[in-house]
Design a protein. Structure first.
Length: 386
């Protein structure tokens, strides 16, 4: 046990809660304190805890608490001192709370002031940046307008110079040209054909100027191509469908004529081969650029047939074979005399090609007639057998 002086010293200055150590209330009597001490001391007795320093220290504090609380005088001194320490702690805590609140309020106001200053500086910087950007845009717009005006002036001057140069070149030529003009070839429009297809189908097969030039190059040399898209309202649909038209300028009218006349054959051959390629079948039509055959191509005369002669190749016409729409070799009239007319070689090539097509059409007609006779004979034999 602690000495009387030590117990009084602990009663005055100890910061430990002796009631809490013993597990009793501040209003507990002496017997309750004694019983609580005995029960608690058994847990921390040196014989049980061994060399555990913390538990040995706890056992020593329990002895001091019992010595203080078991003596009424020391207990009264401890209660007064303990209550005074608690009240002081509460006051200090309250004071610390007010100080902490004042400190936090001061820091908050300092932060708000700094943020407000930063915000004002940011707004001023943004305002300056806005005015600088306005000035820059105004200067850039003025520069662009000046450049555009200069470009227009330069283009106008170039066009004027080019026109003057062309006129200066044409004047000597016109002066040297005799009054009676000689044929100088076929106009570009008469050598131009147009191919049309739905735009979405053409995109799927990668129709381009290069592929179209390669595709139609089989008919003759191509000078250049040009594409144009337009929405067309179809009779069978309420909506407008976009079509792509390719204008193909051939170097010779022979190539243009071959492209128009051979297109149906190319479609038929592609369908007959059952190939996965649909380059020709996707094209809706191939016609002359100005919608009709050029006047420079000789026209065929109307056929003269006897009344007892049956209509020529009715099946070919019925099936819509395009070969029957081509003028025959013997039906050409004289070539119209015009400045824009094919050369003799070009006319010869066109006539030879039409003669070949006429021969093929006649061969197809004879083959159809033989097939019809064979089919009729077979039906007759079946009927007689029945």
């Amino acid at each position: 046990m602690a000495s009387s002086d030590d117990a009084m010293e602990h009663a005055l200055n100890s910061a430990h809660d002796f009631y809490e150590l013993l597990g009793v209330l501040p209003v507990a009597n002496e017997s309750e304190i004694r019983r609580a001490y005995r029960q608690t001391a058994l847990k921390y007795h040196p014989d049980k805890v061994g060399a555990d320093t913390e538990k040995l220290e706890k056992f020593h504090l329990l002895q001091i608490a019992y010595d203080v609380l078991s003596d009424s005088t020391k207990r009264q001194v401890y209660d007064n001192a303990h209550r005074a320490r608690k009240e002081k702690a509460i006051r200090e805590e309250q004071l610390d709370g007010r100080r902490r609140h004042l400190k936090e309020e001061l820091e908050r106001r300092e932060r708000e002031g700094a943020n407000e200053l930063k915000r004002k500086r940011g707004e001023a910087a943004e305002e300056d940046e806005y005015h600088r950007e306005l000035k820059r845009l105004a200067a850039d717009g003025a520069r662009r307008r000046k450049e555009y005006a200069e470009k227009l002036r330069r283009e106008a001057q170039e066009n004027l110079d080019r026109e003057q140069e062309e006129r200066s070149r044409e004047e000597p030529e016109s002066a040297a040209t005799p009054a009676t003009p000689n044929p100088v070839g076929v106009d570009e429009l008469d050598r131009t054909v147009k191919a049309r297809w739905p735009t979405e189908m053409g995109d799927n097969t990668r129709h381009s100027q290069g592929s179209i030039a390669k595709q139609f190059g089989r008919f003759g040399k191509i000078e250049h191509t040009m594409f144009k898209t337009k929405k067309v309202k179809e009779e069978s649909s309420k909506h407008r469908r976009e079509y792509t038209t390719a204008y193909i300028v051939f170097a010779s009218i022979v190539g243009a004529h071959a492209a128009v006349t051979d297109f149906p054959d190319m479609v038929a051959a592609e369908e007959k081969s059952q190939s996965s390629e649909r380059m020709w079948r996707l094209i809706s039509d191939v016609t002359w650029a100005h919608g009709k055959e050029p006047d420079c191509i000789p026209k065929r005369a109307p056929p003269v047939e006897s009344q007892d002669t049956p209509p020529a190749t009715p099946k070919v016409q019925k099936s819509g074979d395009p070969l029957r729409r081509v003028p025959s070799f013997g039906s050409f009239k004289g070539t119209p005399k015009a400045v824009s007319s094919p050369s003799s070689d070009e006319l010869l090539m066109i006539r030879l090609k039409n003669a070949e097509r006429k021969r093929l059409a006649e061969k197809l007609r004879q083959q159809d007639e033989e097939d019809d006779r064979a089919a009729t004979q077979g039906l007759g034999e079946v009927s007689s057998t029945i």
